[in-house]
Ligand binder design. Structure first.
Ligand SMILES: *Cc1c(COP(=O)(O)O)cnc(C)c1O
Length: 638
């Protein structure tokens, strides 16, 4: 047994770096959650949650939500803002809002509203449908409701309905023509609207969402439109309504410098407008506060070079400085952070149900009389392999393999010989991999550098990348993936992951690493009688809600976990939400499950009439088909 400790696993999977104190490993070697970020506080073993789920007949794959983490994040952003505002002698207040597009699950939004109640934390909507949800959920009259996205007359009317309910509903003007429309609706409904202007700043955010900002941005008003808008409001007698100044430079902003520039630019515009007599009260910096997915503290696309406190200090101090210089009162500060609030609270748990190895050592490669010379050459090359002829052997076996391909096509070697040659080829590569393991990267011949990737096993996981990790597929987002058990045991298998869709894009082959991403993930060998589950972490922002039903694989089972220090296991499952059934997924594609079942039944009846099936068996098959319709879309495992 090779020495391997919990500490090795923590380092290897970079758990402290991305987990920020919420995740650790217990003495059994199982991945655990520390909802209070204290090692001596309550500790939830994720495997225990899975056992409890099984008792309730909730199978994997599943989403697990840790509501305590969600609440903690809401409290954190509010507490840090209050602390910094206090230290800076800043005169405005912090009035944050949560943009529900990041995760619209009702339970998630309700939890955020509840945890944010004492801070008057509000909500943001970006579409009519989101607004309908927000109007019902944000009952706190002191908190803000901020409305972004392109708007039609109905959207405006819904917003005015909110004002009539006594809420602080800000309509943010994204393009100029929305302003006359809003004025018209406000007059018709006889309400004084609350208006925000979104500015198209020159500052660009950087990172994967750079196009959210700058002169070519989809949303926002140019300087001339802002001035024209102020004139229009004056002319129509609505000049008191423009109270909020807004910008948003993109999501997951990699460098703190971009925020500094945006705050400075935005603050100047804010002050100039105020000096012209616009009664602005709120300075809304949008979203963009990032999350360090790989824990490398900057330098990679999945990372950021700052933390929440630094972000908040930069906003408060830069804004204060410019307002003081311009002699303008400090406005209230609004942020629309979504990713930073929700990403860490949920994870996807998938079971590894099989693997595909490149090297199939169980195939019989023994000498048979009269075998082709290519087979003999291949075997000799493998047997002669030693420390001194690694590259030479690699070149030889590569050549023999390609010759074998041609020979097979010409009918010169048979199927068995082809199989033997391929097997010996991969066995040789495996031996080479062992021989060069200790050679420094720079010294390693170029052709041998990708051996780990070429030889790695594919672990087959019961999930769909398109449903559960859409950003991994779409934009190469890298997320932390960690086995939930055996973390006190050295992982020995280089792997990449494949999902159960029939799509070759349904895979994960980029993993968090130190600096650069890694092309393989080290996992444990699979045991016949023991399940092996992986946790895919930081999926609470966007991933949870953007997934699609590729291959008709639908939404996952889901459990909501709360910490309870009094409980022997430190947790309880507050709610379990069943994933979507095959029937429901089929319905979204216009199938009627009853019609499907009766079509199958009709065909079975015909077979019964022909005497091909016993009536009893026919009934059983119809029952089985109907049971599958009601079942989960993922692989069933006992
Ligand atoms: C998407 C979006 C947000 C949320 O951004 P995060 O980076 O997730 O915090 C905030 N405001 C607007 C206008 C958005 O479009």
């Amino acid at each position: 047994m090779i020495e391997w400790t919990k500490e090795d696993a923590l380092n290897h999977y970079r758990i402290p770096h991305w987990g920020k104190g919420f995740f650790g490993i217990n003495d059994e070697g199982n991945l655990s959650v520390y909802p209070e970020k204290r090692v001596d506080g309550p500790r939830i073993d994720i495997s225990e949650i899975i056992t409890e789920m099984k008792n309730q007949d909730i199978s994997l794959p599943a989403v697990i939500r840790f509501h305590d983490i969600l609440r903690h994040q809401v409290a954190e952003i509010n507490k840090v803002f209050r602390k910094v505002i206090d230290e800076a002698d800043y005169n405005g207040r912090y009035c944050g809002v949560y943009p529900i597009k990041v995760n619209q699950m009702r339970e998630v939004v309700e939890e955020i509203v509840d945890a944010g109640a004492k801070y008057d934390y509000g909500l943001e909507a970006g579409s009519k449908t989101e607004l309908m949800s927000v109007l019902a959920l944000n009952e706190n009259k002191r908190s803000l409701t901020v409305l972004n996205g392109y708007k039609d007359e109905e959207y405006m009317k819904l917003a005015m309905l909110g004002i009539k309910l006594g809420r602080k509903v800000f309509v943010v003007i994204e393009k100029y023509s929305e302003l006359p429309l809003l004025i018209k609706v406000a007059k018709e409904m006889n309400v004084a609207p609350l208006i925000g202007f979104r500015s198209k700043l020159d500052t660009v955010g950087g990172g994967k969402w750079t196009s959210s900002s700058g002169e070519r941005a989809k949303f926002g008003l140019t300087t001339s439109e802002i001035l024209k808008g102020v004139e229009l409001l004056k002319k129509e007698g609505f000049e008191d309504s423009l109270k909020l100044f807004h910008f948003h430079i993109g999501s997951q902003i990699p460098e703190i410098r971009s925020f500094k520039e945006a705050i400075n630019e935005g603050a100047r515009i804010f002050c100039k407008l105020y000096q012209q007599g616009v009664p602005l009260e709120y300075f809304d910096v949008g979203g963009g506060l990032g999350v360090d997915y790989d824990g490398s503290k900057g330098g990679t696309e999945s990372s950021i070079n700052y933390d929440m406190e630094e972000y908040i200090s930069d906003i408060v101090y830069n804004l204060k400085q410019i307002c003081d210089l311009e002699e303008v009162p400090h406005p209230n500060i609004v942020t629309e952070s979504g990713r930073a609030i929700t990403s860490r609270h949920s994870c996807v748990v998938v079971n590894v149900f099989d693997k595909i190895d490149m090297v199939k050592e169980d195939f019989n490669t023994n000498i048979v009389t009269g075998e082709h010379i290519l087979v003999t050459n291949m075997r000799d090359a493998m047997n002669d392999l030693g420390k001194d002829n690694v590259l030479e052997t690699f070149n030889d076996v590569s050549q023999f393999k390609s010759e074998a391909h041609s020979a097979f096509k010409l009918g010169v070697i048979d199927l068995r010989e082809k199989a033997v040659i391929e097997t010996i080829y991969w066995m040789t590569l495996r031996k080479i991999q062992e021989l060069v393991r200790d050679i420094e990267w720079d010294e390693l011949p170029e052709d041998l550098k990708d051996l780990d990737t070429r030889l790695c096993s594919k672990y087959l996981c019961n999930f769909s990348v398109f449903q559960s990790l859409p950003d991994t597929w779409a934009i190469g987002q890298i997320l932390p993936i960690v086995p939930l058990t055996r973390l006190n045991e050295k992982p020995t298998v280089n792997t990449t992951l494949a999902d159960i869709t029939c799509d070759s894009d349904g895979k994960v082959d980029k993993f968090i690493g130190i600096g650069d991403s890694e092309e393989t993930l080290m996992l444990h060998d699979l045991k016949e009688d023991e399940e092996y589950n992986l946790g895919i972490f930081m999926t609470g922002a966007y991933q949870d809600v953007m997934g699609d039903n590729h291959n008709l694989l639908g939404r996952l089972n889901e459990v909501h976990v709360f910490c309870d220090d009094e409980d022997p296991l430190d947790f309880y499952i507050e709610e379990a939400i069943r994933g979507i059934s095959s029937r429901k997924v089929l319905q979204t594609m216009q199938y009627n499950d009853q019609a499907l079942a009766s079509a199958v039944k009709k065909e079975l009846d015909k077979q019964i009439k022909r005497g091909k099936i016993q009536p009893r068996e026919g009934v059983r098959l119809v029952d089985f088909y109907e049971r599958c319709l009601r079942g989960y879309t993922y692989l069933k495992h006992e």
